[in-house]
Design a protein around this ligand. Structure first.
Ligand SMILES: CC(C)(COP(=O)(O)OP(=O)(O)OC[C@H]1O[C@@H](n2cnc3c(N)ncnc32)[C@H](O[C@H]2O[C@H](COP(=O)(O)OP(=O)(O)OP(=O)(O)O)[C@@H](O)[C@H]2O)[C@@H]1O)[C@@H](O)C(=O)NCCC(=O)NCCS
Ligand SMILES: Nc1ncnc2[nH]cnc12
Length: 304
């Protein structure tokens, strides 16, 4: 597709109505492609295997209430959301507007899964990233990682920081907030308020390092997941395994990478051992899984 891109020196000049209509059309096509890429990133995370404690097409990991089918239903229910939030970002929408789209998406996810939380973290992380990409596209900025992170923080950083400190209505507490209070760790909200450091400073560099070492995307995603599990304060892990479970997830994952990660000839057997150990303890690094999908999205968005 040929894109209508204005030279930066002419950005202040109004477009001819015909040029404007064409630019609007092309921006909507971009948002549709971006939404498809977001869904594809979530699918890539789902089908990746072995993923310690997590659901895949091979098994249900540490879960008795979710299968790959539950995730597929959830993915299907989210496809319009990613388009809507990308368009909202393109239009420079306020945080409350993004939030109402995200709340609607959470409701659709819960309806599609019969009340199971498959993608709450992903609705937040990939949603905010789609909004930032929409915003950048509308202003002719490159879809590069550093630009996207800066855009997210400049445009919605203050609101994300306030959201991070906000209580839930009616004195309710999410699992994430309960864990944050008991274990003094930041969860999804803090991650968002800091501009998703785990995506930009941990997962993306690991994806790039494994690819640069000559291994393929499958290996790169496995290494990136282990890097995330080694670094993240994943409230889902704390919720199920307490501080001891979280320490185990971190140390097992760091040891896998320190030994060479997917460069090891027997990496798959090592990852499967880790999977069995997490399943035996009911540990599920769902936050790391969501952020892996977010990193895949950012990694591939430059090609849009
Ligand atoms: C902004 C919110 C995401 C706020 O979340 P909050 O802090 O209140 O916590 P939770 O509601 O618990 O959800 C956070 C989900 O984020 C994932 N996550 C965990 N740790 C991190 C982290 N450090 N960084 C990023 N993301 C993280 C995690 O998602 C995965 O876990 C899911 C399963 O979780 P859960 O239901 O708790 O656990 P189960 O084991 O299934 O429970 P039981 O079986 O024991 O019952 C899994 O599927 C992954 O998705 C956390 O779940 C958001 O909730 C919010 O505010 N929403 C409103 C909309 C909004 O304002 N959006 C902002 C604009 S877009
Ligand atoms: N594959 C997966 N298994 C369990 N929880 C998840 N949350 C996001 N992806 C997940």
């Amino acid at each position: 597709m040929r894109r209508l891109m204005q030279h930066p020196d002419t950005l202040d000049r109004p477009l001819h109505p015909m040029q404007k209509r064409r630019a609007d059309r092309e921006n909507l096509v971009f948002c549709r492609q971006l939404a498809r890429l977001a869904v594809r990133s979530l699918y890539q995370e789902l089908v990746l295997y072995p993923k310690p404690g997590l659901v895949s097409r091979v098994d249900n990991g540490s879960h008795t209430d979710m299968t790959a089918q539950t995730f597929l239903r959830s993915l299907f229910a989210l496809r319009h959301y990613f388009f809507q939030i990308a368009v909202a970002g393109l239009e420079g929408a306020s945080f409350p507007t993004l939030q109402s789209l995200a709340i609607g998406a959470e409701q659709r996810m819960l309806r599609a899964t019969g009340g199971i939380n498959t993608h709450r973290g992903a609705i937040f992380a990939l949603g905010m990233l789609c909004a930032a990409m929409g915003y950048a596209r509308g202003r002719h900025m490159p879809l590069q990682a550093a630009t996207l992170r800066a855009t997210l923080l400049i445009q919605w950083g203050d609101a994300l920081a306030r959201h991070s400190a906000a209580a839930l209505p009616g004195g309710q507490h999410s699992h994430g907030q309960r864990v944050a209070a008991v274990h003094a760790v930041g969860g999804a909200r803090e991650e968002g308020a800091l501009g998703f450091p785990a995506v930009f400073e941990v997962a993306l560099p690991q994806l790039q390092a494994t690819l640069a070492a000559g291994r393929d995307l499958h290996h790169a995603r496995i290494d990136a997941l282990f890097a995330l599990m080694a670094h993240l304060s994943d409230t889902n892990v704390y919720h199920r395994g307490g501080a001891e479970g979280a320490a185990l997830v971190r140390s097992r994952s760091a040891a896998f990478l320190a030994a060479g990660g997917t460069a090891l000839p027997d990496w798959e057997a090592q990852a499967l051992d880790c999977h069995r150990e997490f399943v035996a303890r009911r540990l599920s690094p769902g936050g790391a899984a969501d952020l892996l999908a977010a990193a895949c999205l950012v990694h591939e968005a430059v090609y849009l």
